[in-house]
Design a protein around this ligand. Structure first.
Ligand SMILES: Nc1ncnc2c1ncn2[C@@H]1O[C@H](COP(=O)(O)OP(=O)(O)O)[C@@H](O)[C@H]1O
Ligand SMILES: [Mg+2]
Length: 224
């Protein structure tokens, strides 16, 4: 993943908000990176650009060597489905569906048959230590367990890149550290993991840290 002079402006009626003001950042395969910075500094925006959820206003974003900054939306969604797993602070699980059904959802969008979906979803739950909870619904699980289900869902399509936005923000420190261990395991398997955080203990856990301030990387050189 690579951002080159990436900017992002949001329009609020007549007003333009510049969330990113020219970011150069290189993330290599196998990196475990913490993206830090105060609230409003552009962390989520940069994560969304890295994963192809949004396109930059100017500059380029490369994902696995492909410039995705001008990709049509449908193509972007297809690429995202295969290459990127997202994890969010609030888990975003379907409350009426079991853990295994939540994890199987992206496999349904990807067009896999039912048998494959269940098998793969169970394997992903086992991967995060939740095999025995496969048939529980989110309301029957702890916060840490819900976040594991969300990580299993992010892994369902076996993406090389996992992007997490404040994944420990709703968890106590002990549970947060367990979640970080899970991410480290993904890095050990050869995946790339980027974690947005403003918590020092999270940043201290990763191999590499970059800090955003007012839409710019603080040291100006994130090209790595
Ligand atoms: N959809 C949006 N519409 C308008 N402004 C936005 C939108 N998303 C983010 N912003 C603004 O862009 C800036 C950066 O936001 P964000 O990337 O969410 O920062 P962070 O994740 O570091 O808190 C903030 O000023 C925020 O208010
Ligand atoms: Mg944010």
């Amino acid at each position: 993943m690579r951002a080159e002079k990436a900017t992002k402006a949001y329009r609020l009626g007549e007003v333009e908000v510049w969330a990113l003001r020219g970011v150069d950042l290189g993330v290599r395969p196998g990196d475990f990176l913490a993206l830090t910075g105060p609230s409003g500094s552009g962390k989520s925006t940069l994560l969304h650009l890295m994963g192809g959820l949004h396109r930059p206003t100017s500059g380029r974003v490369l994902l696995e060597g492909q410039d995705i900054s001008r990709f049509p939306r449908a193509e972007l969604a297809r690429l995202r489905g295969r290459k990127v797993g997202f994890v969010f602070q609030q888990f975003h699980l379907l409350p009426r569906s079991s853990a295994v059904a939540n994890v199987a959802l992206p496999l349904m969008y990807a067009g896999h048959p039912r048998q494959v979906r269940r098998q793969r979803a169970l394997a992903c739950l086992e991967r995060v230590g939740l095999g025995p909870r496969a048939d529980h619904r989110p309301g029957q699980l702890s916060g840490g367990e819900c976040q594991r289900v969300a990580i299993a869902r992010a892994l369902a399509c076996d993406p090389p890149l996992v992007l997490a936005d404040e994944p420990t923000g709703s968890l106590d420190t002990k549970t947060g550290k367990e979640i970080l261990q899970t991410f480290r395991g993904l890095v050990d398997e050869g995946r790339t993991v980027v974690v947005v955080t403003h918590e020092p203990y999270v940043a201290a856990f990763t191999q590499r840290q970059v800090r955003l301030l007012d839409g710019r990387l603080e040291d100006g050189d994130g090209t790595g």
